[in-house]
Design a protein around this ligand. Sequence first.
Ligand SMILES: NC(=O)C1=CN([C@@H]2O[C@H](COP(=O)(O)OP(=O)(O)OC[C@H]3O[C@@H](n4cnc5c(N)ncnc54)[C@H](OP(=O)(O)O)[C@@H]3O)[C@@H](O)[C@H]2O)C=CC1
Ligand SMILES: O=C(O)[C@@H]1CCC=N1
Length: 271
Amino acid sequence: MNKNIAFIGAGSMAEAIISGVVKAEILNKEQIIVTNKNNRERVEQLQQKYDIRSIMDKEKVAHETDIIILATKPYDLQKAVESIKPYIRPNHLLISVIAGVSTDYISNLFGGNTPVVRTMPNTSASIGYSATAISAGKYATNEHLEQAETLFNTIGTTTIVDENDMHTVTGISGSGPAYIYYLVEAMEKAAVEAGLDQEVARTLVTQTVVGAGEMLQHSGESASTLRDKITSPAGTTAAGIEALDQHHFEETIRQCVKSARDRSIELGENE
Ligand SMILES: NC(=O)C1=CN([C@@H]2O[C@H](COP(=O)(O)OP(=O)(O)OC[C@H]3O[C@@H](n4cnc5c(N)ncnc54)[C@H](OP(=O)(O)O)[C@@H]3O)[C@@H](O)[C@H]2O)C=CC1
Ligand SMILES: O=C(O)[C@@H]1CCC=N1
């Protein structure tokens, strides 16, 4: 890509994207700039770790870049925009990774027809495995959307969605890796309580999750078919699944996704 990119916000999500983009080698490292509010130590840490540039002066950040990725928490967005708004050019593209916040709101904050593309990646971006959803705001052209797709395709898959679906997407794939990690924590705890060594538990559970993920990706079979193949009649898996059902597993997941989605809506309502 012949575009310079700046990250406004240098937290977990910015780092996951930077890590993935650097590994993908689609940009020279000096084309990537990171900045935050005032935590110079953090941006210098990222600068050293990924051999990218850190710049605290927002005028210089804007001057040196074509694409600006907004990666603050939703409640910090307004101040972040204020700090860079005076230096935004008409040909800048803004890409938001921020949960809940609409492209219209961001365009309005910038006070005009600023093109905004909204994305919802996840932290697996750091190893090229993000499931990123993308929506174009009303001032973003097809070219802007393609630029965002090109960038996010380097850190995983991209799926274009209607912006109205972004809250659900956030509850599914934005937060999703955390649900899987929570499941892993629970399985490890159960294994240790049943007498397995912690390291043995970790190795077995991790490989089980990785293997299941690879099967979902590569076997061409649905989750339900794959599950059936493990579930012998009156066997161990059937007993385990029955316990999950008795403890309302499906309803628990439904509530989990709904709560995350509702929270995304709330974050947007503070607009
Ligand atoms: N973490 C995740 O898995 C995902 C997160 N997201 C979204 O990404 C966004 C960032 O999340 P995450 O990385 O976890 O958050 P973090 O808290 O880890 O990072 C937020 C960053 O924003 C910076 N910041 C705060 N205020 C300003 C400002 N005025 N100007 C410039 N930078 C500022 C902070 O800098 P400082 O330290 O100086 O305050 C910090 O570097 C959120 O909106 C979240 O919804 C989306 C998908 C997944
Ligand atoms: O928890 C959050 O609000 C962010 C959005 C998606 C993942 N993390």
